[in-house]
Design a protein around this ligand. Structure first.
Ligand SMILES: [Zn+2]
Length: 397
């Protein structure tokens, strides 16, 4: 049995008002005044703004504290303080990764997100608990939100013998991506760290996503090592460097060289628009140079801090704010980053507002898409593969 729905009068970014016909979960036709037989259900879009489903290309669903009693944050200022604090919290409180990732997913779906790349902490204390809980959520919600899982050594890899074997186990059990973390500052052995990560990518034929907080020249060196391995293994188009703060902390000539490396190896950059005045990737310059960009919410109300939220429209606002964007074309670029940019980084085959693609979308009230980023309306309707998953901020599944 085919199921069809025609949504009349919606406004895509950069386009005239249009109707859309959704059949069997895909956009079957797009155009003004589509002629429909009586048997096709229709819905009046009321001239609302159409966004493709939003994409959170970097978050940590297995460790959010959403729905738990407020956690008073006392961790110190360094990365290691936060990593230690997180492991202590897990020891003392216990975190049910399945329950927590479900809570996270529900909030994301209600706010218009249709695809998520989530890291899953793997270490010798927590084992595969996070991965297993998140994999269960991925399965439970597979018709509602697409989740990619990154096997991620949050507490270090080489410094914790046994971690590589656990990551390998997660990849055997269906992790989609292999993750790395600050190869110099955490494992203190960048070549061996990256050789191990890329070796796993080759063996299990998965993409790579490296958290790189390392600043300035140290981070730039890591980018070079990542580019070398991407080239050696033919992984062009399959590697993301997340955060990449170093791109905002080197001089112009060094940055030009790094951009050339990113382009040559088709490496994408994820930025969440960090606060606190720390150097951040210059989003406009990277985009103008042709570097692929995506964005994510990073950890949502977890042991690292309470401020991040699961709404990607808010992340678009924060990324624009962090980059001092004011012109409409700049904010439109951010909308592209939280939609098409995420799809490119996650290599989604049938994403986007075009006939034949999956009908993943969000409709919101507003005058223009840019104005919606500023005003942050609650989505009127969210759809995943043509199924309504949320209406006016409430889940429908
Ligand atoms: Zn992260």
């Amino acid at each position: 049995m085919t199921t069809s729905l025609c949504i009349r009068n919606v406004r895509p970014l950069g386009g005239e008002p249009t109707d859309i016909l959704i059949r069997d979960g895909v956009f079957a036709a797009i155009g003004p005044d589509l002629a429909m037989g009586e048997e096709v259900e229709t819905l009046d879009g009321g001239g609302r703004l159409l966004f493709p489903g939003l994409i959170d290309a970097h978050t940590h669903m297995d460790k959010t504290l959403l729905g738990l009693p407020w956690h008073r944050h006392t961790a110190g200022p360094t990365l290691l303080d936060k990593i230690e604090g997180e492991r202590r919290l897990r020891r003392e409180e216990g975190i049910d990764a399945h329950r927590q990732s479900t809570r996270h997913a529900e909030r994301a779906i209600a706010s218009g997100t249709t695809h998520i790349r989530s890291f899953s902490d793997i270490d010798t204390e927590w084992g595969l608990n996070g991965f297993h809980g998140l994999a269960q959520t991925r399965e439970d919600l597979k018709d509602t939100v697409t989740i990619q899982i990154v096997a991620f050594p949050q507490s270090g890899m080489l410094v914790r013998p046994g971690t590589v074997e656990l990551m390998e186990q997660a990849l055997r059990e269906g992790a989609d991506v292999v993750g790395g973390l600050d190869p110099s500052t955490i494992d203190r052995d960048p070549v061996r760290h990256l050789d191990t990560i890329f070796g796993l990518a080759e063996r299990y034929d998965v993409d790579v996503d490296v958290h790189l907080h390392e600043p300035g020249e140290l981070g730039a060196f890591s980018v070079e090592l990542i580019a070398e391995r991407t080239k050696a293994l033919g992984l062009q188009g399959r590697v993301v460097i997340s955060h990449a703060f170093c791109l905002g902390g080197v001089d112009a000539a060094r940055l030009d060289g790094l951009i050339a490396l990113l382009l040559e190896n088709d490496i994408a950059i994820m930025s969440h628009g960090p606060g606190g005045g720390r150097p951040a990737p210059p989003v406009w310059q990277l985009r103008e140079s042709g570097v692929r960009l995506c964005a994510g919410n990073d950890g949502i109300r977890d042991a690292w801090g309470p401020l991040n939220r699961p709404e990607m429209l808010l992340r678009a606002y924060l990324l624009a704010y962090r980059n001092n964007f004011r012109r409409d074309e700049e904010i439109e670029a951010v909308i592209d980053i939280v939609t098409n940019g995420g799809a490119s980084a996650m290599r989604l085959p049938d994403y986007g507002f075009a006939e034949g693609n999956a009908a993943d979308l969000m409709l919101v009230d507003g005058e223009t898409h840019v104005q919606a980023v500023v005003d942050q309306p609650t989505p009127w309707l969210v759809m995943k593969r043509g199924r309504v998953t949320a209406r006016e901020g409430g889940l429908c599944t």
